[in-house]
Design a protein around this ligand. Structure first.
Ligand SMILES: NC(=O)c1ccc[n+]([C@@H]2O[C@H](COP(=O)([O-])OP(=O)(O)OC[C@H]3O[C@@H](n4cnc5c(N)ncnc54)[C@H](OP(=O)(O)O)[C@@H]3O)[C@@H](O)[C@H]2O)c1
Length: 283
C-alpha cells in the first residue's frame, strides 16, 4: 500500500503529467475518499477500437459487463454495436504528442465516474505504412518522417498513456496489455522496418514496465499476434498461411480472448509476459 502511494507521488513530477492541459487535477484531488463512484463497472481504456482486433476487444469486454472507453481518430459512431455513448469515446490522433496529452486529461476526467479507477489499458492502435502497391518499406528507403510517425503511434503513445494513467491504474490494481507483433522478432515479407522495430521496442518496453509498474500493483504484459484476419494484412498473406502449423489465419475474437484473460483476475500473477497468438508460426 505504501509502495503504491510512493509510486503515485513519483508520477506527479512526470513531464507527461505536467503536459496535461486544462489544469486537469489528479482524480484524488477532485474526489473525496468518501465519494461514491456513479459507475461501478470495471473500466478498460482501449486505443484503436474502430476495427480489427480492437473492435473484437471492445465487444469481448462489453459482453463481460465492462465500461470501455475507446480512443481513435474517428468520431464516436452512433451505430456502434456495443452499449456506449459519446462519454465513452475520445477522438485522438496518437501521432500527435500534444493530442495524446489532451486525451490523457480527458480520460482522467471521464474516469471520475468510476471513482478515478482504471482496471485495464490496452495499447492496441498501430500503423504499418507500406510503399507503392503494398511493398515493404525497408531500412534503406523508409523516410525519416514515416519512421517518426510509426514510433509515435506504436511506441511513444503507449508509454505516454501508461504514465499518464498510472495513478488510476494503481488505484485499481490494474493491468496493461501492449499489442506487439510476431514481426518484432523476425523479418517479415510485408511488414516494414519501422513497424517491426517499433514492435520490438514495445516488447522491450513491456518488460521494463513490468519491472517499474509492478511495485505499484500494475501488471504489464504483451500479446504478439501473427497473421490475424484484419485489414492490416497484405495481399500474398495466403502464401504465409501455408507455412503456419495450424494452416489458417487467426480470428480477431481469438486475440480478444487472450487480451481479456490478461486483464482478468485469472492472470493475477502474470507480469512481463509476451504471449504468441499465431497458430505456431513462431516455432
Ligand atoms: N492484423 C494482424 O494480423 C496483426 C498482426 C500482428 C500485430 N497486429 C497488431 O494488432 C493491433 C491491431 O491491428 P489491426 O489489424 O486490428 O489494425 P487495424 O485494423 O489497422 O486497426 C488499427 C486501429 O488503430 C487505430 N489508429 C491507427 N492510427 C491511429 C492514430 N494515429 N490515432 C489513433 N488511432 C489510430 C485505427 O483507428 P482509426 O483509423 O479510427 O483512427 C484502428 O482502430 C496493432 O497494434 C497491430 O500492429 C495485428
Amino acid at each position: 500500500m505504501m509502495v503504491r502511494t510512493l509510486g503515485a507521488d513519483r508520477l506527479k513530477d512526470d513531464p507527461i503529467r505536467r503536459q496535461i492541459p486544462d489544469g486537469a487535477a489528479f482524480a484524488s484531488d477532485t474526489m473525496s475518499d468518501a465519494a461514491t463512484p456513479a459507475d461501478a463497472r470495471p473500466t478498460l481504456v482501449l486505443t484503436g477500437a474502430s476495427r480489427g482486433i480492437g473492435h473484437a476487444t471492445v465487444k469481448r469486454f462489453s459482453r463481460e459487463g465492462w465500461r470501455v472507453i475507446t480512443c481513435s481518430r474517428q468520431d464516436f459512431a452512433a451505430d456502434c454495436p456495443w452499449p456506449a455513448g459519446p462519454e465513452d469515446h475520445i477522438k485522438v490522433d496518437l501521432s500527435d504528442p500534444e493530442d495524446v496529452g489532451y486525451a490523457v486529461s480527458e480520460i482522467r476526467q471521464r474516469l471520475q465516474a468510476n471513482g478515478g479507477k482504471l482496471q485495464a489499458l490496452v495499447n492496441n492502435a498501430a500503423i504499418s505504412p507500406k510503399a507503392g502497391k503494398g511493398a515493404r518499406m525497408d531500412s534503406i528507403r523508409t523516410p525519416m518522417h514515416v519512421w517518426r510517425d510509426v514510433f509515435q503511434v506504436n511506441f511513444f503513445a503507449p508509454i505516454m498513456l501508461a504514465r499518464g494513467l498510472h495513478q488510476e491504474l494503481a488505484s485499481a490494481n490494474g493491468a496493461i496489455v501492449n499489442v506487439t507483433s510476431i514481426v518484432g522478432s523476425r523479418v517479415h515479407p510485408f511488414a516494414g522496418t519501422a513497424y517491426a522495430t517499433s514492435k520490438a521496442a514495445l516488447a522491450s518496453l513491456t518488460r521494463e514496465m513490468a519491472a517499474d509498474f509492478g511495485p505499484d500493483g500494475i501488471r504489464v504484459n504483451a500479446i504478439a499476434p501473427g497473421e490475424i484476419d484484419t485489414a492490416i494484412l497484405s495481399p500474398g498473406t495466403e502464401k504465409i498461411v501455408e507455412q503456419i502449423p495450424m494452416r489458417r489465419l487467426g480470428k480477431t475474437s481469438e486475440v480478444a480472448d487472450i487480451i481479456y484473460f490478461l486483464c482478468s483476475g485469472q492472470a493475477s500473477y502474470v507480469n512481463g509476459a509476451e504471449i504468441h497468438i499465431n497458430g505456431g508460426q513462431h516455432v
